[in-house]
Design a protein around this ligand. Structure first.
Ligand code: C2E
Ligand code: MG
Ligand code: MG
Ligand code: MG
Length: 287
C-alpha cells in the first residue's frame, strides 16, 4: 500500500542501492524487453596469450542502453536481476548470444574461447547447469565460465558438484576477481578450475605499488603450483604488461590491450591483430 511504499522510499539504505522494489521490478521487465529489442547486448573483451601474442579468447560483458536512463552498467542491472529472480533469464541470454557471436567470429576466420560470467546465485542451481551444458554442447561451443571464489564459499557442496559438471562437459572454469573477496586456500584447492584471474585492483596498482606487484607475482606462482593458468585483468599500461610477462603470467586482459567491444569492432580488431602478427614478432607491437 501507499503508506508502506512511502516508508520504504524514506529508507536511504534501499534507495542508495537500487531504488524502490516496485521500480526495480518494472526495470527488470524492461530488461527482458531490452533483450528482445537489442538494447541489451554484449561487448567482448579480448584475452591475450602472453606466450604466443595471439588473442585466444574474449569475455562477454553485458551492456544496456536504456531508452530514457541511458547507459546502465552491469554492476547495477546484474545485482538487480539477482535480487528479483531474473538472473537466470539474463544469463541464459548471455550464454546464447556468446555462442552466436562465437559462430559469427568463426565464419570470419577467428576461433576464440568465449568467457561468460556466472552469478553466484546460479552456481548451486542444478537446473541452470544442466541447461547451460546442453546449450553449449549442442552448439559445439568453446566456452569458459567465470565465477568468483566468494560464490563457491557460500554453497560449497552443490557448487563444487556443478563446477565438476561444467568441467566434464568441456567448459573451462575460471576463478574471477581472485584476491578481492573471500579467498580460502581450502576452497581454492577443491575448485576444479582451469584458470585464475587476478583481481584488477592489484594489477592496476602493480606499476606504482611494490606491494601490489609482489602480490601479483605470488599469485602467479600460487596458481601455477596448483596447475592453473593465470589471467591478469585490468592491464592498463605497457609497464604492467611487461612486468606480467617477466612474472610468467599466461594471459592478459585490459584497456592497454583492448576495451570491451561490440562484435563488429571485435572482428576488425582480430583481423588487424592477426595481420600484425604475421608482419612482426607478436610481442614487438606491445613495446
Ligand atoms: P568482471 O567479470 O571482473 O569484469 C571485468 C570488469 O573490468 C569489466 O567491467 C571490464 O569492462 C572492466 N575492465 C576491463 N579491463 C579494464 C581495465 O584495464 N581497467 C579497468 N579499470 N577496468 C577494466 P564491467 O563490464 O563494468 O563489468 C563489471 C562486472 O559486472 C564484471 O566484473 C562482472 O562481474 C559483472 N558482469 C558483467 N557482465 C555480466 C554478465 O553477463 N553476467 C554476470 N553475472 N555478471 C556480469
Ligand atoms: Mg569476469
Ligand atoms: Mg574480474
Ligand atoms: Mg569484477
Amino acid at each position: 500500500d501507499q503508506a508502506r511504499d512511502a516508508g520504504r522510499k524514506a529508507s536511504p539504505f534501499d534507495q542508495a542501492a537500487y531504488g524502490d522494489p516496485a521500480s526495480n521490478l518494472s526495470l527488470m521487465s524492461e530488461m527482458l524487453e531490452a533483450v528482445r529489442t537489442g538494447a541489451l547486448f554484449l561487448n567482448h573483451q579480448p584475452k591475450l596469450d602472453l606466450r604466443t601474442g595471439a588473442i585466444t579468447g574474449a569475455e562477454a560483458l553485458a551492456r544496456w542502453i536504456h531508452p530514457t536512463r541511458g547507459f546502465l552498467g552491469p554492476d547495477l542491472f546484474v545485482g538487480m536481476a539477482e535480487e528479483t529472480g531474473h538472473i537466470r533469464a539474463l544469463t541464459d541470454y548471455v550464454i546464447d548470444q556468446a555462442i552466436a557471436d562465437q559462430q559469427a567470429l568463426r565464419a570470419a576466420g577467428h576461433d576464440l574461447v568465449m568467457s561468460v560470467n556466472i552469478s553466484g546465485r546460479l552456481i548451486d542451481d542444478l537446473g541452470f547447469a544442466r541447461q547451460a551444458i546442453a546449450r553449449v554442447s549442442e552448439a559445439g561451443a568453446r566456452m569458459c565460465f567465470e565465477i568468483t571464489e566468494t560464490a563457491v564459499v557460500g554453497n560449497a557442496a552443490v557448487a563444487l558438484q556443478v563446477l565438476e559438471q561444467f568441467k566434464a562437459a568441456g567448459i573451462a572454469v575460471s576463478i574471477d576477481d581472485y584476491g578481492s573477496g573471500l579467498s580460502s586456500l581450502a576452497y581454492l584447492k577443491q575448485i576444479p578450475a582451469d584458470e585464475l584471474k587476478i583481481d584488477k585492483a592489484f594489477v592496476m596498482g602493480m606499476d606504482g605499488e611494490a606491494k601490489d606487484a609482489l602480490l601479483v607475482k605470488s599469485t602467479v606462482d600460487l596458481a601455477h603450483s596448483l596447475g592453473l593458468k593465470v589471467v591478469a585483468e585490468g592491464v592498463e599500461s605497457r609497464e604492467a604488461l611487461a612486468m606480467l610477462q617477466v612474472m610468467g603470467c599466461d594471459i592478459a586482459q585490459g584497456y592497454h590491450i583492448a576495451k570491451p567491444m561490440a562484435l563488429p569492432a571485435l572482428t576488425e580488431f582480430l583481423t588487424r591483430w592477426g595481420a600484425e602478427d604475421e608482419a612482426a614478432d607478436p610481442r614487438a607491437k606491445q613495446a
